[in-house]
Unconditional design. Structure first.
Lengths: 461, 195
């Protein structure tokens, strides 16, 4: 069956120009054989094409040349275009050479390029191969440094020392903050709670619980300089405390004397100042600002005396320990157990916030401590301004036969009032008398904290 | 063209010499105005110069050249649709009179005397008119194929149409020429038989 006339016409041009082949050619030829109309159309188209080509030959022969004006103008434009492209290529070569030079690839400038150097762009600088490694190293170093800065204040030894002692190195700053925060929140004001022995001067605040609330205030204080040596000193003191007899003896007396001297060096709590200024009058609490930091060094003689007393106490305690070791087995063993427990993480001993008194009260002034109302109010308190050698009655007056609750309360009051020497003696006696008491671990920790605070006496600037 | 891209102006001059005449005649037959064709010829080569840096060796230069020329012609035709097509014998303008002699003068001058030569002159004139009378799409295809000897594939690229479409336009152009040249065909056949 032959193909349709439409299909034949579609293939006609291809057939005329010799572009039909294969199956299409056979199909086209079959149509020619089977259709007269197809044959006539093909013949007519062939003749038209032949005549057209004859006429095209004539027209080609007659076609004139293009105007010479055009060719001359075009060639002039071509010369200019070639110059522009050459300039662009040279510029590109210069840019590539500059980029390679900036990329630390030492290559000579391209031939034909001028010596003008292109300004390095930010992107080309960012693409340099050494940039990313450098930035990576810098970032790693920064992370390490920041990590160390964040981690350092969390060291337990430092925390206990700085908070326990009250960080006297920060006294100027603390004084400034205190003056700015006179009407501050309850936590800040409660941190100034004085000894409970003078309730009228306390302003109605319970010392121990409020002092517990003051713990974050103290922990937020910046770290004083030279903390690392202090930490080592505290550790040495701690070992010394654990090895030394706690209850009595000449070394204990000397230690008490040193602690007493340290207390005298310390400024009074604001409430104490208020009470001493206005005895019998209602407590002004924190309405009385603490004395400002004068930048003056404390009494050097008193400080030196305290240090010498402490050293003498330590030496004598070691000799006494050798002599009276059998007698102290119970107490020292319990303390050692407490130290071991603390060394193992101290989980057995609950936190004693009162052992971390806030510094602002004490750090307010470096002036010699005036008469302390808490001591005067107590029968066992020494006379105000008593020398270090007169500190013995403070401990001797402690009723050792009291009920544990009463003794514990008194010891806690000493801690809260920052009478660390008395607190340490009181807790030691408690430990010696009632080693089986379930609160013994707490007492050991209080002793440690008090000793750590005392170890900072000679660090007063 | 590659040589010209590298700065060889002489190579471009050779290109101009090779393609100037066919392009000129293509443009002249397309726009039917020698002065316009001259402008378009110059513009075509100028665009080649400007675009020489972008030309890729994978494409054929003639195809690119005629594509530029054809697009210029189309743009010109769109801008001047009011212009009337001018016969080769009715050329106007100084350049046309100076540079392009009339067709019958060329034919008579080429081979004076003889009936056959008269028929050739008539054939040339009638074919020229028939081409001019073709629709634009058919005319450009016929001119490119028969006068410029471009293959259908290149024509398709130049005019932006598919190859079957170009062939279809070619077939319509031949049918239209057949009707225009039919009488002439019979006359030429009788002359050939007598001779």
């Amino acid at each position: 069956m032959t193909q349709s006339i439409e299909r034949f016409r579609e293939q006609l041009v291809d057939y005329l120009y010799g572009e039909l082949e294969g199956a299409s050619l056979r199909e086209f030829e079959a149509s020619l054989r089977g259709s007269e109309q197809c044959r006539r159309e093909l013949e007519a188209m062939k003749e038209t094409l032949r005549i057209s080509r004859e006429g095209v030959l004539l027209l080609r022969a007659l076609d004139g040349a293009a105007p010479s004006r055009v060719s001359s103008a075009v060639l002039a434009a071509a010369v200019e275009g070639a110059r522009e492209r050459a300039g662009a290529k040279a510029e590109g070569a210069r840019e590539r050479a500059g980029a390679k030079a900036r990329g630390l690839v030492a290559e000579p400038p391209a031939a034909g390029a001028s010596t003008r150097q292109s300004t390095p762009s930010l992107w080309s600088w960012l693409r340099t191969p050494w940039l990313l490694p450098t930035l990576g190293v810098a970032a790693a170093v920064s992370i390490v440094v920041l990590h160390k800065r964040v981690e350092t204040p969390k060291m337990p030894g430092y925390e206990s020392v700085s908070e326990g002692v009250g960080s006297r190195a920060e006294e100027p700053r603390a004084a400034t903050e205190r003056s700015d925060d006179k009407s501050g929140g309850p936590a800040a004001s409660d941190s100034y709670a004085p000894a409970p022995a003078s309730p009228s001067a306390v302003g109605g605040g319970a010392a121990s619980p409020l002092a517990q609330q003051a713990e974050p205030v103290a922990s937020a204080e910046p770290r004083p300089e030279g903390a690392a040596p202090d930490r080592m000193r505290v550790r040495a003191e701690r070992k010394r405390d654990q090895a030394a007899p706690r209850s009595s003896g000449p070394s204990a007396d000397r230690l008490r004397a040193a602690e007493q001297a340290e207390e005298e060096l310390a400024p009074p709590a604001p409430a104490e100042v208020a009470a001493s200024d206005d005895q019998g009058a209602p407590s002004k609490g924190y309405a009385i600002p603490p004395p400002a930091w004068t930048g003056k060094a404390p009494d050097e003689s008193a400080k030196k005396e305290a240090s010498e007393a402490r050293r003498a106490s330590t030496a004598s305690s070691r000799s006494e320990q050798r002599e009276a070791a059998p007698e102290q087995d119970t107490a020292s063993g319990s303390l050692a157990a407490g130290g071991a427990a603390r060394g193992a993480g101290g989980s057995a001993a609950p936190a004693a916030p009162a052992a971390k008194p806030t510094s602002p009260t004490r750090a307010a002034s470096s002036a010699p401590a005036p008469a302390q109302p808490a001591k005067s109010a107590s029968a066992s308190a020494p006379a105000p301004g008593a020398p270090a050698d007169d500190a013995r009655p403070v401990v001797a007056a402690e009723p050792t036969t009291r009920a544990p609750e009463e003794s514990v309360k008194r010891a806690l009051e000493h801690m809260t009032a920052r009478r660390f020497s008395q607190a340490a003696v009181a807790y030691r006696e408690l430990l010696a008398r009632y080693p089986k008491d379930p609160r013994a671990p707490d007492w050991r920790k209080q002793v440690t904290e008090a000793m750590q605070a005392l170890s900072r006496v000679d660090k007063i600037p | 063209m590659t040589a010209y891209q590298q700065g060889d102006v002489a190579a471009f001059a050779e290109l101009v010499a090779r393609h100037e005449k066919p392009l000129w005649n293509f443009l002249r037959r397309f726009v039917r105005d020698p002065s316009t064709a001259e402008d378009l010829l110059q513009e075509t080569f100028m665009r080649v110069v400007k675009g020489a840096g972008e030309w890729k060796a994978s494409s054929k230069f003639s195809t690119w050249l005629y594509t530029i020329g054809r697009n210029l012609c189309v743009d010109h035709a769109r801008r001047a649709t009011h212009r009337k097509a001018v016969s080769l014998d009715g050329q106007s303008g100084a350049h046309a009179e100076e540079d392009a002699p009339r067709l019958h003068e060329q034919l008579s001058g080429a081979d004076p005397g003889g009936e056959r030569r008269a028929l050739d002159r008539e054939l040339a004139e009638r074919l020229d008119r028939a081409i001019a009378a073709l629709p634009e799409l058919q005319r450009e295809v016929f001119v490119m194929r028969e006068l410029l000897d471009l293959p259908f594939a290149e024509i398709a690229l130049a005019v932006g149409a598919s190859e079957p479409t170009v062939k279809s336009r070619m077939r319509y152009a031949l049918e239209r020429l057949r009707s225009e040249l039919g009488a002439l065909h019979e006359d030429r056949t009788s002359v050939e038989v007598e001779s």
